[in-house]
Write a protein that binds this ligand. Structure first.
Ligand code: SAM
Length: 330
């Protein structure tokens, strides 16, 4: 076993696997209303190829956590089978998905049975009309049903991820938290990042962690949770003394790159050592050219060694990656 260590001594043990760049929502901060030019089918890794690369990561490179994402991972037809085969590779690896929850009501049971541990569901509002405004789709009820089904299937603790947008839902932070508390879901706010295909992000426009605290403080008492944060992206706070918590992922205003333990595999088989990386390493080409597992692991090690110290959003030379979030895997 050779760990995925970079030149700053960080070790990547958490692999985000994007299974598709397609999505059935059009969240305005992520994707244009008309969608994007989807990845050609041949470019996308097959189920066998995905499982083989996960096997390399888990069995040779010390990866201990797998999170399936996208695009929307639930639109990938082979998802349940990929989950089952990943579980067969290693009974201990922690396995989760990040999803918008549409279709989860139908698949939560099968995913749990196949060996999935947890879900993170993205939900930015609990008002159906704001949901439509943000996602351009009328699917709020489906997400609510999906959340309940995930909980019922034992895919907990269910986490809810929310992005706040100025003038759209930034005044809704307390009601979203209240809604999650009532259902036992763990809410985490994510600062909006410059990763949208439309390049609509601006520092002035984004809602900062400080603003989120300001909104929540008007209704709740937040105290820092005592458990060590480790490599977790979310800063956790006890709500009204606990035990319930709320998290804030302040990737922009309080970056946590020094503790990053993540690595990403895109749906077309490219290793990305950072969400904001401007280079990738092509495992698909090597795999399809007949590379051995050992050779694939070697490539992966080289890709990780070159990870930058930080995402550099504050750097005057910062350039947004060419791939939007939906094609990287959030
Ligand atoms: N479709 C799945 C979902 O909705 O969770 C997985 C992919 S989605 C890209 C993953 C997460 O990224 C979602 O929680 C979404 O809100 C978040 N996201 C997308 N674009 C973002 C951006 N520009 N800044 C911060 N978070 C973003």
């Amino acid at each position: 076993m050779q760990p995925l260590v970079d030149r700053y001594g960080r070790v990547a043990t958490d692999l985000r696997v994007s299974l598709t760049d397609r999505c059935n929502l059009r969240c305005t901060y992520c994707m244009p209303a008309e969608g994007l030019d989807w990845m050609p089918g041949d470019d996308q890794l097959t189920d066998d190829e995905v499982v083989r690369l996960i096997g390399v990561a888990v069995q040779r490179l010390g990866v201990r956590e797998i999170r399936f994402t996208g695009g929307e991972p639930l639109v990938r037809r082979g998802l349940v089978d990929i989950v089952r085969r990943t579980r067969a590779l290693d009974p201990e690896v922690e396995m989760s998905i990040t999803t918008n929850g549409i279709g989860l009501a139908r698949t939560a049971g099968a995913l749990a049975e196949a060996g999935l541990d947890r879900v993170n569901v993205s939900l930015d509002t609990v008002r159906p009309e704001t949901f439509r405004e943000i996602t351009l789709r009328d699917r709020f009820d489906d997400v609510v049903e999906g959340l309940a089904a995930a909980e019922a299937a034992g895919l907990g603790p269910v986490k809810v991820n929310a992005v706040l947008l100025r003038g759209v839902n930034d005044d809704q932070a307390p009601e979203l938290l209240q809604w999650c508390l009532e259902r036992g879901y763990q809410l985490r706010f994510i600062e909006q990042m410059p990763l949208d295909a439309q390049h609509g992000w601006s520092r002035e426009g984004m809602v900062t962690a400080d603003e989120i605290f300001g909104r929540l403080d008007q209704v709740f008492t937040l105290t820092p949770a005592s458990e060590p944060r480790g490599s977790a992206p979310a800063e956790l706070f006890l709500v009204d003394g606990g035990p319930a918590t709320v998290g804030v992922i302040a990737s922009v205003t309080r970056p946590f790159c020094g503790d990053c333990d993540r690595v990403r595999l895109t749906a077309d088989g490219q290793v990305r050592n950072c969400l904001f990386a401007r280079t990738e390493s092509d495992l698909r080409a090597a795999l399809r050219a007949g590379a051995s597992d050992e050779a694939l692991a070697d490539r992966w090690l080289v890709a990780m060694a070159g990870k930058a110290a930080g995402h550099g959003i504050d750097d005057p030379t910062f350039l947004q990656p060419d791939r939007p979030m939906s094609a990287i895997g959030g």
